[in-house]
Design a protein around this ligand. Sequence first.
Ligand SMILES: C[S@@+](CC[C@H](N)C(=O)[O-])C[C@H]1O[C@@H](n2cnc3c(N)ncnc32)[C@H](O)[C@@H]1O
Length: 308
Amino acid sequence: MRAPQRSAEARAPRPANLLVHGDAKDLGAFVAAGSADLAYLDPPFKVEKAFGARLTRGASRARGPIAYDDTWPSLEAYLAWLEERLAVVREALSPRGTMWLHLDQRAVHEAKGVCDRVFGARRFRGEVVWVPGNGSKSKTGPGMSHQTLLLYARGPDPIWNGKDPSLRAPFAATSLDFHFKSVDADGRRYRDRVVGDKTYRYYADEGRALGSVWTDCPSMAANTPLRAETTGYPTQKPLKLLDRIVRATSDIGSLVVDPFCGSGTTLVAAAAIDRRFAGCDVGELAIQTSQRRLDAGGIAYRARRATP
Ligand SMILES: C[S@@+](CC[C@H](N)C(=O)[O-])C[C@H]1O[C@@H](n2cnc3c(N)ncnc32)[C@H](O)[C@@H]1O
């Protein structure tokens, strides 16, 4: 008896990447438990407004179609919604996986308590203050000119590629002149610092650790029609920010998850440096925008719809 013929589509290799149209709480149906090295979460911030999209160059976002609604009955309702999805994300993470939660002053302090509950307070690895560089004004207090990213690990030994050039900045000229006076056999300038009974060697060409305040990823790159990466989707994050996050906390071949992928920034950033991705968004416009972006970049993926 002849074996049944498989269609050409069935024989074609299935792309490892996934784009799911659905609620982040159902992510577990698509991403195997313990499989993701990195999850980046950029959920609604509890801004208490609906966000419109700019569909054509020159159009106004405020008058465009609603991309997503960020209004909530109460802070408690918002936190309960977030906690349910954080728990799903934690399950998807590998033992060396990490989760970045990107929020702002509206809910980040309360969300920290929620993350402590879901991940355990001892799994908190620190926070990044991202300065989008938009300016801000307020009549009642300091205008908020930063957003906060909380970093949590699934286990005790998370991936952290601290030597990656994207996490380094050049040493100041005065520091180079004053401290880096030695040269090794390969011609590299360095300084040795003795702390207690240990000697630490720093190379001038490796630069200094960038630290936790990031001012060099302007949001404007993703939000002006003058830049190619701008899609018109509201609250789109710059590729440079996601590139740094992906490089810092995943390796080549890692699975990167973005349960609130919006315009697909994380997916594009991950694919560009040889990571696999699983993106998800509940919004029709978000999925269309992500698809357009991935297709334009020639990035293969499977599209799925979560059953409500
Ligand atoms: C701040 S935006 C993400 C922007 C994205 N990082 C980018 O660069 O374009 C938040 C996204 O969360 C999505 N969202 C809201 N509720 C969701 C849910 N329950 N599940 C999945 N996505 C949801 C919205 O549709 C919106 O696209």
